[in-house]
Design a protein around this ligand. Structure first.
Ligand SMILES: *Cc1c(COP(=O)(O)O)cnc(C)c1O
Length: 353
């Protein structure tokens, strides 16, 4: 830290992204990216003409993409805000509504703690049950902003849409944010509930199920008054928050339904196959509705397994948080990458035994 940094800046504990090492080529199963390429239709939308016109600012209203999203989810344009990744959407939400306090699970997306700290939001962590599920009854009448990643980050476990509705209904005095980064691998989407509940904010991303992590495109769907609140923050921070290329990529990606379905189905099938295989190898695998699995084995500690896999050229994620330190989180890759992972695990366990 420089000597010019104020105390507050000194105290900030920033988010630590999954590693992206360049020292050799790895099978990358550590940051929950989609293993399949970006939609070809999206890629082809970036023509030379588009590139030459980057001399112009991007559309601050991001109209083409807002319209495509509204059409896809059968909501009005006024219900949609596009952001620079869903992390930006979460930042806008914490800035707008975090001051009353925020509450979320003790094991969830690590960025929530970072944002709460940055924006001085008092935090209540609500422990997951022993089996790592969320108890919906513990999220009622909170009188502070409720944040639920559904399916949950790190565990991959989803809460049924009836429980999500129960929580939204049970918090009419405050905002409920549902972070749906992994929802397409689950299937029960909360977006239709925004017509019934004025306190619901649904945060979504193109990074995972739409193979666009590098484009940084996310969006919020909510009642138009909430979108107006969030737009106030956006226009006070970065009016051109989404660049022209990302807007086009996301628009064509959401319109390429066949490719989306094909890749999501493949990932779900691979998730099933990998989970079964891990069980065969003696792992406990949390029941995932996401594009990753959290797994542990009594034979080798999570941190060790992570290192052994890295030695073999396979990157997975290990978290040192007490409750999940015994696990590794494995992103679902292609069939081929998954075969390589299984081979490496068999070798490591064989060496142990
Ligand atoms: C990946 C992830 C995000 C962030 O996605 P971006 O749109 O890439 O910023 C948000 N929430 C959760 C739970 C995630 O796993």
């Amino acid at each position: 830290m420089s000597r010019y940094a104020p105390t507050k800046l000194n105290k900030i504990a920033p988010y630590v992204p999954g590693e992206q090492p360049r020292d050799r080529s790895y099978i990358k199963l550590n940051t929950n990216e989609n293993p399949y390429y970006t939609s070809a239709r999206a890629v082809e939308s970036i023509t030379k003409e588009v590139l030459k016109n980057l001399k112009r600012y991007s559309d601050p209203e991001c109209r083409l993409l807002v319209e495509a999203i509204a059409k896809y989810y059968n909501v009005q344009n006024e219900n949609v805000l596009v952001t620079n990744g869903s992390d930006e959407a979460l930042a806008f939400c914490f800035q707008a509504y975090g001051g009353f306090g925020v509450c979320y699970a003790d094991v969830t997306y690590g960025f929530y703690d970072v944002l709460a700290h940055l924006y001085d939001c008092p935090v209540e962590h609500i422990p997951l049950k022993e089996d790592f599920t969320i108890c919906a009854d513990e999220y009622l009448g909170k009188k502070k902003t409720v944040v639920i990643a559904n399916p949950n980050a790190q565990t991959g476990i989803a809460l049924g849409i009836e429980d999500i509705e129960k929580i939204v209904e049970g918090n009419a005095e405050n905002i409920v944010i549902v972070d749906q980064a992994y929802v397409d691998f689950f299937g029960q989407n909360a977006i239709p509930l925004i017509k019934k509940y004025k306190n619901l904010i649904v945060v979504n991303t193109f990074s995972k199920s739409r193979s666009l992590a590098g484009a940084r495109a996310g969006f919020v769907v909510a009642d138009s008054e909430l979108i107006a609140d969030l737009n106030k923050i956006k226009y006070s921070f970065h009016p051109y928050n989404v660049n022209t290329l990302s807007m086009l990529l996301a628009k064509y990606a959401i319109e390429d339904e066949d490719y989306f379905k094909e890749t999501v189905e493949k990932i779900i099938a691979t998730r099933r196959r990998l989970s079964a295989k891990l069980n065969d190898l003696g792992f406990e695998v949390l029941p995932s509705s996401s594009n990753f699995v959290l797994a542990r084995t009594p034979l080798i500690d999570g941190g060790k397994l992570y290192s052994r896999l890295k030695d073999k050229g396979i990157l997975v994620r290990h978290f040192s948080d007490k409750r999940i330190a015994g696990f590794v989180r494995i992103t679902i890759g292609t069939e081929c990458e998954t075969d390589a992972l299984i081979g490496a695990l068999e070798e490591i366990l064989h060496e142990k035994g």
